[in-house]
Design a protein around this ligand. Structure first.
Ligand SMILES: Cc1ncc(COP(=O)(O)O)c(C=O)c1O
Length: 362
């Protein structure tokens, strides 16, 4: 068996040692539940959680009380849909760049859906922004891999409706681009820890004005006092974090952020791959030369066949519709093949993969 070459960071990033060590240290020496004890360990856990929260806040230009921990982007977006209390009178703008996680919760909410057009380069067309009550913006598609001009999209959406609520799915963009929620001027922004090298099971929901919203999940840790039939809830973020948090994963999120800030994936590797695969007649590249990921199809070969043939050579990459059916439909494709890199990938690995792809499609 060949050594594994992992080219699927966009699905989930390999973990830096600092994350693994932080979680191991926590589990071996400091473990306790959070927010429910005054013993030394419990209050230390609270400190660890708040340290991560302020690290996340700093990472995206927010304040700590605007940062809510969730289990991931999918969970964040489902919670946002609940908090917005949508009905058939609301119009939600989505786009074909959206991942199922960003768009399906809104489609299932009963609100009216309008699809924002893409321009010829497959970017959200800022010249054709529709009127909407809620605007879902995929900051970077997991198929096309191009950073969208989030500030400009939000500016244009506000021209159409100054009260529009904007929701940014930053699940992919957070890996490659600096995020500034103040510059974006968005109402909500979400990402998942595991895409930046943290563990699975932890995500972030940024809320610009938490005081405007009510929680959709109820339980322990969110209540200040119950007096008879009166319930006094805690303020944000506690009110949005009922139940036991994924504490270990939150502990690992801080070193993951510190790592990704210093150590973004080298996109020259993607450019190298783009240039090499462009030379092959049967390869049709879907992503752009300067994309953060490389997506392609091979003419005359099903993506699952390609996936099997590359997999037996020890290469882990993604084939299929990537939970992004709409962009594939728009492009008239059943699926595609995706290469994505982390800071741990090397040029040598890319050279090996080019050799394998040539073997497979010759
Ligand atoms: C653009 C985008 N949005 C949302 C998600 C969903 O993330 P999660 O499964 O971590 O909730 C993904 C995951 O691939 C994604 O790429």
């Amino acid at each position: 068996m060949n050594k594994i070459i992992y080219l699927d960071a966009a699905a989930s990033y390999q973990k830096p040692e600092t994350v693994i060590r932080a979680e191991m240290d926590f589990l071996m020496h400091n473990y306790a539940n959070a927010g429910r004890g005054i013993c030394a360990r419990a209050s230390h856990v609270d400190t660890l959680i708040e340290n991560t929260r302020s690290c996340v806040a700093d990472f995206i230009g927010a304040k700590s009380e605007q940062i809510v921990f969730t289990s991931g982007t999918t969970d964040s977006i489902n919670k946002i849909v609940g908090m917005l209390k949508l009905n058939s009178e609301h119009i939600v703008a989505v786009s074909d760049l959206d991942h199922h996680s960003a768009r399906l919760p809104f489609e299932m909410s009963g609100a009216g859906i309008v699809v924002c057009p893409l321009d010829e380069q497959l970017n959200i067309d800022v010249n054709n922004i529709p009127y909407a009550d809620v605007f879902v913006i995929t900051a970077m598609s997991n198929v096309i891999g191009v950073q969208q001009n989030v500030s400009e999209i939000i500016r244009c959406a506000k021209i159409k409706n100054p009260n529009v609520i904007t929701v940014v799915d930053a699940a992919q963009s957070v890996v490659h681009s600096e995020i500034d929620v103040v510059k974006y001027d968005c109402d909500f922004l979400c990402f998942s820890g595991h895409k930046i090298g943290a563990d699975t099971g932890v995500g972030v929901m940024y809320i610009k004005h938490p005081e405007l919203y009510s929680p959709v999940v109820f339980g322990g840790g969110m209540v200040n006092k119950i007096m008879g039939d009166k319930i006094l809830f805690n303020s944000s973020p506690d009110v949005f974090e009922a139940g036991t948090l994924p504490i270990t994963q939150i502990v690992g999120l801080k070193p993951a952020i510190e790592n990704i800030k210093q150590n973004r994936p080298d996109l020259n590797l993607i450019k190298y791959m783009y240039d090499e695969l462009s030379k092959l007649d049967r390869v049709k590249i879907i992503s752009k030369p300067d994309s953060a990921i490389l997506t392609f199809v091979v003419e005359g070969m099903h993506v699952l066949d390609f996936g099997t043939l590359i997999s037996v050579r020890g290469v882990c990459l993604r084939v299929g519709n990537m939970c992004a059916s709409w962009i594939h439909q728009l492009l008239g494709l059943d699926g595609s093949i995706r290469i994505s890199v982390g800071a741990y990938n090397t040029l040598q690995e890319m050279q090996t993969v080019v050799k394998y792809i040539k073997e497979i499609i010759k």
